[in-house]
Design a binder for this molecule. Structure first.
Ligand SMILES: Nc1ncnc2c1ncn2[C@@H]1O[C@H](COP(=O)(O)OP(=O)(O)OP(=O)(O)O)[C@@H](O)[C@H]1O
Ligand SMILES: O=C(O)C[C@@H](O)[C@H](O)C(=O)CO
Length: 334
């Protein structure tokens, strides 16, 4: 099934731009963070998680970003290298910026939150001049993540990268990834998200994220059909609206749509669902699978990750996802 056409002769399957951070996930779970004493450190950052997921699924990947010139930055660089993710355009900050931290609070399997330390972070200091056109020219698929639009110079770096991706015919994905604490106002967010989304072939977001983008639009019922239709007037070929445990719905520019259920999960934490869903879904689209099969693969990938303590480390292989789907369909996992 071909919803989007990839340039087969390009050497890289997937390149993303945005934040490389550190997740510090509480070890003492099912309690507030005030009572948490220890954390486990993982590489994090939504676009980084998605890239790690694509790499775990056997895709040739690379990342564009900026890391701190300290132990955390070197931890991230080493992890990318160990996971086969090209880091030639991961720039080391020299201004004394730090690594973004995401402390996760797991009060219960359904009550999780993230405390993000985002002041003076290296990832938002990537400049347009540091973005490699040559690297983006090699990518079949190029992903941007909304949080990178939150501040300059990262904002300009993303728009320059979008220009390169359009120029070189990459399929452009926008994972909305709205994190309010990184923005000054919903209006500012909506303006920049909409400007970026107009250039993208595939847009993935939650109902709430699309609601934020529709601050100046008329969609009082938060209707998914209305949301999707808007983007087919621009560059979009596929629009995916995620609804948590209720599943997801995807639309294509030929008027088709498909609703997918979520898979059963022994939920440890809810976050990481979106990143793993994205890597699984995008993997399916790259293989030429149908919406239905791609959404199934993404949904199963999400259930695996939310049943795990980490996001990045838990990103599954192809066989792990296929085994999970088979186990659910045969009733071994309910
Ligand atoms: N509790 C759950 N049980 C099973 N599957 C889930 C659950 N929550 C989410 N998912 C799966 O993950 C997909 C994406 O989840 P969600 O809609 O929460 O995205 P998100 O908010 O971007 O995720 P994140 O929490 O990582 O930011 C859903 O469409 C569903 O397939
Ligand atoms: O995206 C972030 O900065 C936080 C992530 O690293 C974390 O794993 C998460 O929230 C995944 O969605």
């Amino acid at each position: 099934m071909t919803y989007v056409s990839f340039s087969k002769d390009k050497p890289l399957d997937f390149v993303a731009i945005g934040r490389l951070c550190i997740d510090l996930n509480a070890n003492e779970i099912n309690r507030p963070m005030e009572e948490t004493m220890t954390f486990t450190k993982y590489v994090g950052g939504s676009p980084a998680n998605i890239t790690i997921g694509m790499s775990r699924l056997g895709q040739k990947t690379a990342f564009i970003g900026k890391i701190a010139n300290d132990q955390m930055g070197r931890f991230i660089a080493d992890y990318l290298q160990r996971n086969g993710i090209g880091a030639e355009n991961v720039v080391i900050d020299r201004s004394g910026a730090v690594t973004g931290l995401a402390f996760t609070e797991i009060k219960s399997p359904t009550d999780c939150s993230i405390l993000m330390y985002r002041d003076n972070v290296a990832d938002l200091k990537l400049t347009a001049g540091e973005v490699s056109e040559d690297l983006i020219a090699q990518a079949k698929m190029f992903l941007i993540s909304g949080t990178a639009l939150a501040k300059s110079p990262s904002r300009e770096a993303v728009f320059q990268a979008l220009h390169y991706a359009k120029k070189h015919g990459a399929i452009i994905v926008f994972d909305l990834d709205y994190r309010p604490y990184t923005w000054t106002s919903e209006e500012e967010t909506a303006v920049y998200y909409n400007l970026a989304a107009e250039k993208c072939d595939i847009i993935l977001g939650t109902r709430e994220e699309f609601d934020m983008m529709e601050a100046f639009e008329h969609n009082p019922d938060h209707n998914d059909d209305v949301t999707a239709a808007r983007w087919f007037d621009y560059s979009a070929k596929i629009v995916v609206i995620k609804h948590g445990k209720e599943g997801s719905i995807a639309y294509t520019d030929d008027g088709a749509s498909h609703k997918a259920k979520s898979f059963p999960a022994k939920v440890v934490k809810t976050f990481g669902a979106g990143d793993s869903y994205a890597s699984g879904f995008l993997y399916g689209i790259m293989q030429g699978w149908t919406l239905e099969k791609s959404m199934e693969f993404g949904s199963a990938s999400a259930s695996i990750v939310i049943s795990s303590h980490s996001c990045s480390d838990a990103m599954p292989t192809i066989n792990q996802v296929l085994d999970y789907i088979e186990s659910c369909n045969s009733g071994k996992i309910i």
